[in-house]
Each structure stands twice: as C-alpha cells, then as structure tokens.
Design a binder for this molecule. Structure first.
Ligand SMILES: *Cc1c(COP(=O)(O)O)cnc(C)c1O
Length: 389
C-alpha cells in the first residue's frame, strides 16, 4: 500500500557502510536503515551466525524454553542493570508491552484508569496505543478515536511533569525517549533524566525509557540512559538490536519486573532462536570491536567537523546529538536534501521538516566519516545559499 513516499532507488547488496545498486554504483549509508544496521551490511560474523542458526533451528515457540532467548535476556540485563525481558518484533510492540505493563501495574495498585505521562514531539510507533502516545498530530490524524490514558507535557521540562502530580492522581508511569529521534534529534538538559527519576521515585511512578532508537550503542554507550546516573524501571529496545533481523525487547526491574504473569501478554515470533542469535551476535561484535568507543569518537568528529565546515553558512540553527545520533537543524525545510544527497550517492535522512538526521553504522571509519562531512557540508552550503528561509 502507499504507506511510504519511496525513493526510486533499490539496493541489491551491501558491505560495511556501503550499499550497491544493480549497476554496481556504491552509496555511503549514513542512515543504516534508520538506526538498524549498526554493524553495517553483510557483517561476516553476523552472516555466519545467522546461516548456522538457520540451518539448526529458526523458530519453535514461546511455549517451550528457548536457550538463545535466555542468553540474550541475561546479556541485556547484565549490560543495562535491569532484571527481566520480554521479546517481540518491533519498537512499537516493545512500547505496547511497556504501556500494557504500566496499566497492569496501575490496576494492581488499585488505580482503575491509569495514565502515562508522554512528551511533545515524541515518537513511539504506529500501532493505535503507540501513535496515541506519540507527540505528533501528523502521526495521529485520521486515526481517531485515539487510545486514552496519556497526559502530555513538553519534552525536556521536568517541572511540567512534577506539576502534573498535583493535577492527576491516576498517573502510573512516565514514558520518554532519552534523546528524541524522529522529533528532531532533541537533546534535553544533562540532568533531565535524574529529575524525572526523582519525581517518579517520589510519586511511585515507573520511569519507562523508549530506547528503540537510542539504544544498542547508538549514542556511544550501550543505552542512552548510561550518560546519566539513573536506572529506569522499564526500557524498550528494537532498531539496532537485531541488525535488521526483526526483534524488539521490553526490559524491566524491581516491581515492574513482577507485573506480567502467564497469559497477560505474548508474541508468536517474539524472541525466536534466529532473532535472538542476530541480537546476541550484534552485542558480541559491538563489544569485541569496541564499537561504543568508535560511535562516541566518530560522532564527536562529525559534529565538530561539520561545525567547522559550516561556519559562516547562514541559517545553521544547531548541530547536536550524542555518538552517532546526530541532527543538524536548519532555519528552513530541507526535505529536498535527501534527493540531492542520493544523487551524490550519500544516504541521509531529514526529520521534523528542517533537521538533517545522521544515523550511520557504528562501524563507521575515519575516512568514511570525513567523506560524509565533506559531502554533507557542501550540500547544506548549497541548500542554504539557494533557498529562502
Ligand atoms: C522507530 C521508533 C519506534 C517504532 O519502532 P518500529 O520498529 O518502527 O515499530 C518507537 N520508538 C522510537 C523512539 C523509534 O525511534
């Protein structure tokens, strides 16, 4: 169906940070399937692990034990400090699991109509509950009636969350992206999560982080919350987790880890042997190849080099982000840059109308990063010179 305004191009194979079309022309991939292909394309360790697993066992059922799933849960809990995991197939599903968990928790506390605090400009997915949680009219329009039970405040404003406590007695959780992705790569003040943690602790609310985009090394840490001193009660993952094999996860600790009981939630495919092998191998390669450090280093280089190259160019509002989650905000709409970059064999994204978004693979090398900044700075320079704000 016509759910995407697609570019005409198709890619037939990939290698590292490069994608190739049918004519053999290669494109520098600075989008990575929207923060999915952290290991780049056709990573040998991933290919081998997937081939071996596919030859052994692809799917059984969550009605039986799945050793690969148990190992993945163990690994994710060790890396994050959380205690239990539920596996599904996408970011929206991971957030559905978190939303249902918060509601069930509320009911278990005797709250009949539990509400969840969500943010303006947030993005949580396209299912009915997650689009209702999303802070974008564009995503919601035409799908009313929306799912109720969400209260919305501006992103980055902890005081606004605190004030809600005085107006509502049915709040059970706060759902927030540590860094907003689709909303424009929005970076809050450094103490935002700590403030939210304190409010949640004071009120007995669950702090639920949507790390579907920011998790799995994207920001230079395993999880974006690890740039702060807080531990969430619930965290959702997907995009980068399986390197392109669909898998999502909802992790929890403490009381939040005890909420679900058999029959309350489920997934046919979620956490099957193939998907869990993809995720386990992804985590293994990130660790072995020190890709967290690489993401931090390449991200810092890209932001600094772009800032230097774009000095004096009019209408550069901001260059921001963390690790390899980078936004360049312009003073005018810049959706056309995607096609112009494609013509120069560079894959980028524009979100929130006027923010160029870069989400390159975590394996990005120095030469490739330098090529990216050189090409992109020239494209932005031309764009800002030739269009009106
Ligand atoms: C992409 C995204 C989602 C939705 O993930 P899907 O796999 O497309 O359902 C949810 N939250 C955030 C922060 C995202 O970036």
């Amino acid at each position: 169906m016509q759910t995407y305004a697609r570019q005409e191009i198709a890619f037939v194979r990939g290698e590292g940070v490069w994608l190739y079309d049918a004519n053999g022309a290669r494109y520098l991939d600075a989008l990575a399937g929207v923060a999915v292909n952290g290991l780049g394309h056709a990573h040998p360790a991933l290919v081998q692990a997937l081939c071996e697993q596919a030859g052994r066992l692809i799917h059984t059922s969550n009605l039986y034990r799945i050793p690969e799933q148990e190992r993945l849960a163990e690994r994710l809990c060790t890396l994050s400090g959380l205690e239990r995991a539920f596996f599904c197939n996408s970011g929206a599903e991971a957030n559905e699991a978190a939303i249902k968990l918060a509601r069930l928790h509320g009911h278990q506390q005797g709250i009949e109509n539990p509400a969840i605090v969500v943010m303006e400009r947030s993005f949580h997915g396209r299912t009915l509950a997650t689009l209702s949680a999303t802070g974008s009219r564009k995503v919601q329009a035409g799908f009313e009636p929306l799912v109720t039970g969400f209260v919305r405040v501006p992103f980055g404003d902890a005081e606004a969350v605190a004030r809600l406590a005085e107006q509502h007695n049915n709040i059970v959780a706060v759902l927030v992206e540590p860094y907003q992705g689709e909303g424009g790569v929005n970076v809050p003040q450094a103490d935002y999560l700590s403030k939210l943690r304190r409010i949640c602790d004071g009120k007995g609310w669950l702090l639920m982080l949507d790390e579907v985009q920011s998790g799995i090394g994207r920001t230079g840490k395993w999880f974006a919350f690890q740039h702060s001193d807080v531990l969430p009660d619930v965290m959702t993952l997907a995009k980068g987790l399986g390197s392109g094999v669909p898998i999502g996860a909802c992790l929890a600790r403490g009381i939040a880890a005890q909420v679900y009981t058999p029959g309350k939630h489920g997934s046919t495919f979620g956490g099957n042997p193939l998907a869990c092998t993809a995720a386990l191998t992804t985590l293994q390669v990130i660790e072995q190849d020190d890709l967290l450090a690489n993401a931090a280093e390449m991200g810092a280089f890209i932001r600094q080099d772009l800032a230097e190259r774009l000095r004096g160019v009019s209408g550069i509002q901001d260059i921001r982000g963390q690790g390899l989650m980078i936004g360049i905000e312009l003073d005018r709409p810049c959706g056309g840059l995607v096609k112009q970059a494609l013509a120069q064999r560079l894959l980028i994204n524009v979100t929130a109308d006027s923010v160029v978004r870069l989400l390159p693979p975590l394996i990005l090398g120095q030469d490739e990063a330098a090529l990216l900044t050189r090409q992109l700075a020239e494209l932005i320079r031309q764009h800002q010179g030739s269009s009106a704000p």
